[in-house]
Design a protein around this ligand. Structure first.
Ligand code: SF4
Length: 210
């Protein structure tokens, strides 16, 4: 979960585990989207290390906070932004399914967002109220939004995204559009003020300024 920045040398999860063990910890846990890959390799980790699926993350954190001493949680999963980058280059498995939400069936309960905690599940305003849709350009295909077994979900096999058509650049048209832009309202005359910019993983930044 580094955001995809290159790392000098190789730092494997067992190596990180051994390093923090050497520094003195009360307990180490490993949480991953693929915890099964550690089966049979437990001897590479400090004695007492436990391995959990990411769906248990919240419970694991709550258990750790009750323990005294330094506890370490290693979260092992490829960064979502990095996955998309590698898929574009054909360097990462690219599942052949895409999920869509049928807005005619969706009741807007929001459970898909709760299940996945995913920013690609977006609100969409309809005449029947707020529903949900999946932003296909940012979806990283981990499919956790279907965990609630909602009937609104449609799985398309072999579907690909339609590419936007390009338009010839027209400087006169650009100038006309810039001219038509209204001046945005700012709070610069009312300082101090708060700004919160949200983001996720390597694609964004969380920052609060005053
Ligand atoms: S798609 Fe299903 S889970 Fe998501 S908001 Fe709509 S009804 Fe709820």
């Amino acid at each position: 979960m580094t955001g995809g920045q290159p790392v000098d040398g190789s730092i494997s999860v067992p190596q990180i585990a051994r390093q923090v063990e050497a520094e003195g910890i009360a307990l180490l846990v490993v949480v991953s989207d693929e915890p099964e890959k550690y089966q049979g390799h437990e001897d590479q980790f400090p004695r007492g290390t436990t391995f959990h699926h990411r769906s248990e993350l919240d419970d694991v954190q709550r258990r750790l906070r009750e323990l005294s001493g330094v506890t370490v949680l290693i979260y092992d999963q490829t960064c979502a932004a990095e996955k998309r980058r590698r898929r574009k280059k054909g360097e990462f498995p690219d599942p052949d399914n895409r999920l869509f939400i049928n807005e005619a069936v969706c009741e807007g309960c929001g459970d898909c967002g709760v299940q996945s905690n995913c920013l690609s599940v977006e609100p969409v305003e309809t005449e029947l109220g707020r529903k949900r849709r999946i932003d296909q350009s940012s979806c990283n295909k981990d499919y956790s939004c279907v965990n609630g077994f909602c009937p609104s979900f449609v799985t398309l096999e072999g579907a690909t995204l339609r590419r936007a058509e390009g338009h010839a650049f027209d400087p006169a048209e650009l100038a006309r559009r810039v001219e038509a832009l209204s001046i945005p309202h700012t709070h610069l005359d009312q300082a101090p003020y708060d700004i919160l910019v949200t983001g996720v993983g390597g694609t964004g930044v969380g920052r609060s300024a005053r």
